[in-house]
Design a protein around this ligand. Structure first.
Ligand SMILES: CC/C=C\CC/C=C/CC(=O)SCCNC(=O)CCNC(=O)[C@H](O)C(C)(C)COP(=O)(O)OP(=O)(O)OC[C@H]1O[C@@H](n2cnc3c(N)ncnc32)[C@H](O)[C@@H]1OP(=O)(O)O
Length: 290
């Protein structure tokens, strides 16, 4: 097989695997271990890329997933795709945030790398020149919620939960997350939500403006996402992107300039015995539910 033919075959295979994942055929983590942690599919007609977290069932973030996500975001930018839909291959979860097993008794260097990789992805997503939409196909908690918040528009499925629950775990919300939340919901709602570590239902999130639309199912969420991205079809990319970045400048600057401080603070919160206890309690409670 010549290389062009091989590339084409690989692409078709990847597309089929992706469709299969989108249809949620993979229901457990072990069946995904040999697969990419991020799947990207590009619609040749629209030029929109659909990027999916591929770590069922919780789509929680490990260092490796975040490193791959960062590369995918670079690819969407460098290949000049017209927009990005962010979703996951899990049947009921967009993302449960950072993998709590990464936070439990961590090796400090890996924990630092994890947080650095997470911020790196947030900066790329928050400041991207291309339009972004989160097709939130289930729960979006902690770091999963913030990633959705870094997109320009949020469409969520019914009967799901979304929120920044960090304070409940003993982790203070970084200043940057305060400003990013205020960019979406009212300052009053933001203060209540972040100090309580509130997790909202789909309907509650719609009411306060944390999400923009509710979709009937994943297919509908993807269709609505394409409709949102299409709004920008005729708007020159550079003018649009720079204007977006002006609105987001404060958050982008804080994330970029405070990166080291944020990592240090995060490591210190996570290593705190009270936080360690709360991570263990969550994992034990989930086990005992069964
Ligand atoms: C610039 C920075 C800005 C912002 C800051 C962003 C910071 C982020 C920090 C974090 O992300 S901390 C992590 C936050 N996440 C959580 O607290 C956990 C969230 N999970 C849930 O609330 C629920 O699991 C769910 C609503 C997603 C799903 O609920 P349900 O369907 O009832 O499943 P279970 O709770 O029974 O869980 C099933 C299974 O999955 C494990 N699990 C869930 N989440 C995580 C996780 N994040 N990490 C590791 N494992 C997780 C859970 O332990 C169960 O495991 P079993 O082995 O018992 O099956």
């Amino acid at each position: 097989m010549n290389s062009t033919c091989l590339q084409k075959t690989t692409r078709i295979l990847n597309k089929n695997v992706f469709k299969c994942f989108l249809n949620s055929h993979i229901r457990n983590q072990s069946s995904a271990t040999n697969q990419s942690l991020i799947l990207t599919d590009v619609n040749d007609k629209t030029g929109f890329a659909t990027v999916a977290f591929n770590r069922p069932p919780m789509s929680n973030f490990t260092l490796e997933l975040l490193q791959d996500f960062s590369k995918s975001l670079d690819e969407v930018e460098s290949k000049n795709y017209k927009g990005m839909i962010l979703t996951s291959t899990s049947p009921t979860v967009f993302s449960a945030g950072l993998d709590l097993k990464e936070l439990l008794n961590p090796e400090p260097a890996r924990l630092k790398a994890l947080r650095t990789a997470y911020i790196d992805c947030c900066i790329k997503l928050y400041s991207s020149m291309y339009p972004t939409v989160a097709a939130i196909n289930g729960h979006a908690i902690g770091g999963g919620c913030f990633i959705a918040m870094a997109c320009e528009y949020r469409i969520m499925l019914p009967n799901s939960k979304i929120g920044l629950n960090e304070t409940q775990l003993g982790i203070a919300i970084p200043e940057v997350a305060v400003h990013a939340t205020r960019n979406i919901i009212s300052s009053r709602d933001a203060e209540m939500a972040l100090t309580l570590g509130s997790v909202f239902t789909t309907d509650e999130a719609l009411k306060i403006g944390l999400i923009d639309e509710v979709a009937e199912n994943k297919e509908d969420a993807l269709a609505k996402s394409e409709k949102f991205l299409s709004l920008f079809k005729k708007i020159p990319k550079r003018a649009r992107g720079i204007t977006k970045q002006f609105f987001r400048k404060k958050v982008i600057d804080l994330m970029t300039n405070n990166r080291e401080k944020d990592v240090e603070a995060f490591v210190s919160y996570v290593m705190n015995p009270a936080s360690q206890k709360s991570f263990q309690a969550f994992l034990d409670e989930a086990k005992n539910k069964k």
